[in-house]
Design a protein around this ligand. Sequence first.
Ligand SMILES: Nc1ncnc2c1ncn2[C@@H]1O[C@H](COP(=O)(O)OP(=O)(O)OP(=O)(O)O)[C@@H](O)[C@H]1O
Ligand SMILES: [Mg+2]
Length: 249
Amino acid sequence: MIQIEKLAVEVADSWEKIIHDISLDFDLGKNYCLLWKNGSGKSTLSAVLAGSPKYTVSHGSISIEWKNLLEMSPEERSQAGVFLSFQNVPEIPWVKMSEYLRTIYNQYLKYNSPETPELSPFVFKRHVKKYLQDLDIDESFLERDLNVGFSGWEKRKLEILQMKLLSPKYIILDEIDSGLDLDAFRKVCELLKSIDSTENTLIIITHYFKILEYIDVDSVHIMKAWDLAMSGGKELVEKVMEGGYDNLV
Ligand SMILES: Nc1ncnc2c1ncn2[C@@H]1O[C@H](COP(=O)(O)OP(=O)(O)OP(=O)(O)O)[C@@H](O)[C@H]1O
Ligand SMILES: [Mg+2]
């Protein structure tokens, strides 16, 4: 479980407060949807969970399986099962895709299966091949720089490849459904559906609710910058779709 208690977040090195007082739990095995308007702090919360240095937690706590998440480095958070699919997937020149994937996979092994030796570039390539085939990703992508020049669909496929490689427990999907053509959107949803299990938690952030036709969510949280405006079940999504956010609270 990830437990967020009375969280307040500021932009690092400034007094600008973005999140004022949010308390939220994410149970392992359940799925969640976070909704609200542009600029309400959804991506900020996601970045804080992943350990972005851009933000400072000025109040409150976050724990993962009862351990203090805020004391963990981004690498440790990833090893503990937190995965963030970025709203804007970063492009990182000079970092080769194959080396990036091998590094994160070896980190995963170190934490989850310490007796397994690190995979060499050769062995890792063999290991990742079946995932590439499943996702219809050409092997030449392994030689490219991380996300550089990738299309929206290619970036998402590479994120899903990482999800398949690492089997993260808490998967934050920050608008994974934006910027995709209709076919790519459907494929992403189908792939996420195939990843969804009782062993993981999907936290869906969306402005387009169609993704919820593919993935069942247990709870919906309506998030205002100051705090949580409302929590409930899928009926909240229906309400938002009918009347927008302004008529909700
Ligand atoms: N590094 C930063 N410096 C200054 N302000 C920031 C920073 N990061 C976020 N903010 C501000 O915090 C507020 C919340 O932004 P955030 O991106 O978390 O919203 P969001 O709910 O994800 O919006 P959207 O639905 O448009 O993606 C915005 O007003 C944004 O400008
Ligand atoms: Mg956002």
